[in-house]
Design a protein around this ligand. Structure first.
Ligand code: A2P
Length: 346
């Protein structure tokens, strides 16, 4: 495996400790935000944890302190420098304007503002400069898009990306804490021979695949599939990029995988593609099929790096590469990327 350590280091643009708020602190991404801030030694002057009234009385550990969770209100952002939002699009739409009014920079994990022309959509390894042109809100991309782009962006820089055909294999933790529980409960019910309960997904997710992530649109694609196209165009500054994506929910707890077929303007070779990927921060090349070495979701869970492998010349498209990429969507697809954006703010 070729390991590139450069994204393990913080970006270090920060000049002074920041007053931070986390909206959705009790959720799956909120928990990871706390861990990433600790791990990257983010300079924290104060930390305010916000969630719904359901979390009244809960305290969460950050470094050596137990911090009580407060109920999110319009006034929660007074004195805050940066507010991470991870409680869904409706909460972001309602409360982000209050945070901006209070003087905080919002780093939003939801899809609420991603395609707003006033809002930069940033993957720090790819388009860090866009973060400097914000008007109070910076958006964090869709998780599958961020992971796929970690591999596609360095290839684009070398060969000029033209077209992407891809299928995603998305873990249940992308849906939230309740979906993790649903998969676990269904596996246990099946092993006991009991009838499975379905609440989060319309069908049984245990031992099944659901070609259905987010709601369906008139053209037959899902919103998640459209996000991939729109967000890739915005992040890569490629307004005419052509994509056709199929998003699939799989019975994996954590980490997303994507099978990608990418066509380029310039001729591509495996060696040159390997060179581009090996030089890319945040990406490890894991590609030795003879030794059964390739990226897998179980191997990348908890890792900052995305793993890319199964590189081969596409046999159906000209100047095209087929590959497989895995990344921890709670990290690169959410919490890590959000903290990296915060590190870009001076
Ligand atoms: P709570 O735990 O109090 O419900 P996940 O995506 O893992 O399901 O997490 C969702 C996060 O968003 C949780 O922290 C949840 O808090 C928070 N949240 C959901 N609804 C609200 C709300 N109305 N106000 C504030 N936080 C909310």
């Amino acid at each position: 495996m070729h390991q590139n350590a450069s994204t393990l280091q913080p970006f270090n643009a920060l000049t002074s400790p920041k007053h931070l708020a986390i909206v959705g602190a009790t959720g799956a991404v909120g928990d990871q935000l706390l861990r990433v801030l600790e791990r990257r030694d983010f300079p924290v002057a104060s930390l305010r944890l916000l969630a719904s009234p359901r979390s009244a009385g809960v305290s969460l550990k950050f470094r050596d302190e137990m911090i009580p969770v407060e109920v999110l209100e319009a006034e929660s952002f007074d004195g805050m420098d940066i507010a991470f939002f991870s409680a869904g699009g409706d909460i972001s739409k309602k409360f982000a304007p209050h945070a901006v009014k209070a003087g905080a920079v919002v780093i939003d994990n939801s899809s609420a503002f991603r395609m707003d022309p006033q809002v930069p959509l940033v993957v720090p390894e790819i388009n860090p400069d866009d973060a400097q042109h914000h008007h109070g809100i910076i958006a964090n991309p869709n998780c599958s898009t961020a992971i796929a782009l970690m591999a596609l962006a360095p290839l684009h820089r070398s060969f000029g990306l033209k077209r992407v055909i891809a299928s995603t294999y998305q873990a249940v933790s992308g849906t939230g804490a309740r979906a993790i529980e649903e998969l676990q409960n269904q596996v246990e019910s099946i092993s006991r021979g009991e009838v499975v309960q379905k609440e989060v997904y319309p069908h049984q997710i245990a031992f099944n695949l659901l070609p259905h992530v987010d709601s369906f649109l008139e053209n037959g694609y899902t919103k998640e599939e459209l996000k991939f196209q729109n967000e890739s165009r915005k992040i890569l500054h490629l307004p005419h990029l052509q994509t056709s994506i199929t998003c699939v929910r799989v019975p994996v707890y954590r980490a997303h995988s994507i099978a990608v077929h990418a066509e380029f303007e310039k001729p591509i070779s495996i060696e040159k593609a390997q060179d581009a990927l090996m030089a890319a921060p945040g990406v490890d090349l894991v590609d030795d099929p003879a030794q059964a070495l390739y990226p897998m979701p179980l191997e990348v869970q908890g890792l900052d790096q995305c793993h890319v492998g199964r590189l081969r010349l596409d046999t159906a498209l000209p100047n095209a590469l087929a590959f497989w990429v895995c990344g921890d969507q709670l990290l690169k697809g959410a919490a890590l990327n959000a903290v990296q954006i915060a590190e870009l703010l001076s």
